[in-house]
Write a protein that binds this ligand. Structure first.
Ligand SMILES: Cc1cc2nc3c(=O)[nH]c(=O)nc-3n(C[C@H](O)[C@H](O)[C@H](O)COP(=O)(O)OP(=O)(O)OC[C@H]3O[C@@H](n4cnc5c(N)ncnc54)[C@H](O)[C@@H]3O)c2cc1C
Ligand SMILES: NC(=O)c1ccc[n+]([C@@H]2O[C@H](COP(=O)([O-])OP(=O)(O)OC[C@H]3O[C@@H](n4cnc5c(N)ncnc54)[C@H](OP(=O)(O)O)[C@@H]3O)[C@@H](O)[C@H]2O)c1
Length: 369
């Protein structure tokens, strides 16, 4: 268990909410290294649980039983064990099975037959939304049998244990949106944003250690870190750790966010590190401070010559953050740099990045999600 001992917003004035959390792990026996992630078992929102129990017309103390949980109350099952903030396919199918024949049932059957349509339907709905649209009856046990278990969420740790003994720091973007006139939150980020009382609430956490996403053993090696958005998290830990351990290698950080004014996370810390020689280069890409989007990969390309020099000199290249778009674009930029600055053919550049740098030398490391 950990206790949240500090929590504050680091995106003041932005439409996005990104928060810094400090979790005390004193006395828990938990140990970690820079690059590790923290796993967190979230709890469903109290009001959502109450509303869901009301919606199925049940009583919170009713006992349900599953293989995984044994006998527990419906309330406990919905608070701690099962996902209700987003409906799953199993639940939708069970609802459709209970519906009377007719146009509405046929429409939902065709939704269930098409994966994209099912995903789209479920993207915006939780169990309450579906029961509002299709008012069928479930007894508590039947209802529980249609739900998926809550899975833990992982967060890249943004602190070095040497700088913050007994603490784990996290940098978390809160997932929030509004559908059908109801405000919604991601399960874990909603829990952290809305249900935490600093110095009071204990949260179930564990360390997910990394074998690959680690600092170079040779402290004289240079490192290049690409960390837009919450991807910055492990690099705060890396720089703290390199400072504490007197690493002589140079540190180059690329950071990207929407606006310099509101989302330049840890700006003061970077300025201080630059002043005292713990951060050698800081390159930023604020995507919405001008008409045309500027992303970290654009900054990489415009610094291609120097990036190539660092890589030739044995630098490690780290990427953290969005997997779907950013990591792919950064990967392409790196191949482009190898082509242009390394004067390689496309196939050779790809081989150099994908095989030599990544697989053989383990100098291109990613923590993307
Ligand atoms: C190794 C690893 C490290 C990570 N590190 C970090 C980190 O340092 N910081 C960080 O913030 N996150 C990090 N994440 C992501 C994190 O684990 C969670 O996935 C994230 O916080 C969302 O969790 P949640 O429970 O709040 O949201 P969930 O309840 O899981 O919901 C998230 C989902 O909500 C959906 N959604 C988003 N917007 C809308 C919308 N408008 N309408 C409908 N649905 C929508 C999306 O499908 C999204 O996938 C990391 C993930 C991994 C795997
Ligand atoms: N599935 C998605 O659509 C999607 C997209 C982004 C993030 N995410 C997830 O949302 C969570 C939180 O994200 P976050 O708040 O840390 O930051 P983020 O949403 O990743 O944004 C950080 C910065 O990256 C920019 N960006 C957007 N597309 C990019 C690309 N292709 N290449 C490089 N930079 C790009 C953003 O610009 P703009 O916003 O101005 O474009 C912003 O300036 C993460 O879990 C991430 O994986 C999901």
């Amino acid at each position: 268990m950990g206790t949240v001992v500090d929590a504050y917003c680091i995106s003041e004035g932005s439409h996005k909410e990104t928060n810094h959390y400090v979790i005390s792990i004193k006395g828990s026996g938990i140990r970690y290294k820079p690059g590790d992630s923290l796993g967190f078992y979230p709890t469903n929102n109290n009001n959502l649980v109450k509303e869901t129990i009301r919606k199925i017309g049940a009583k919170k103390r009713t006992i349900i039983e599953t293989k995984e949980t044994g006998k527990i109350t419906l309330e406990n099952a919905l608070l701690h064990r099962f996902t209700i903030h987003r409906a799953g396919k199993k639940f939708l199918s069970a609802v459709v099975n209970k519906m009377h024949k007719g146009k509405e049932k046929d429409e939902l059957i065709s939704v269930l037959e098409d994966r994209d349509k099912t995903d789209k339907h479920l993207f915006t709905r939780d169990c309450i939304d579906i029961l509002n649209e299709c008012p069928v009856h479930f007894n508590p046990q039947e209802f529980i049998n249609t739900l998926s278990p809550i899975t833990p969420r992982l967060y890249s740790i943004s602190s070095s244990p040497k700088t913050h003994p007994g603490e784990v720091h996290l940098t978390i973007a809160i997932v929030k949106y509004n559908n059908f006139d109801r405000d919604r939150f991601g399960l874990a980020t909603g829990h952290l944003a809305n249900s935490i009382e600093v110095n009071q609430t204990k949260i179930p956490v564990y360390i997910q250690p990394t074998k690959e996403f680690i600092l170079p053993k040779d402290k004289s090696k240079d490192i290049i870190m690409i960390g837009p958005g919450t991807g910055i998290a492990p690099f705060r830990a890396f720089i703290e750790h390199r400072k504490e351990t007197g690493a002589s290698g140079k540190n180059w950080l690329f950071f990207g966010e929407v606006n310099q004014e509101s989302t330049f996370f840890y700006n003061n810390e970077w300025a201080d590190y630059m002043e005292h020689g713990h951060l050698d280069k800081l390159t930023t890409a604020f995507s919405r401070d001008q008409e045309q989007k500027i992303y970290v990969q654009h900054r990489l390309l415009s610094n291609g010559k120097e990036i190539w020099k660092w890589l030739e000199n044995g630098a490690y290249f780290y990427v953290c953050g969005d997997k779907q778009y950013m990591a792919k674009d950064v990967h392409s930029a790196l191949i482009e740099i190898a082509k242009k600055e390394g004067k390689m053919k496309k196939a050779d550049a790809e081989k150099f990045i994908n095989k030599t740098l990544m697989k053989d030398q383990h100098r291109y490391l990613r923590d993307v999600y």
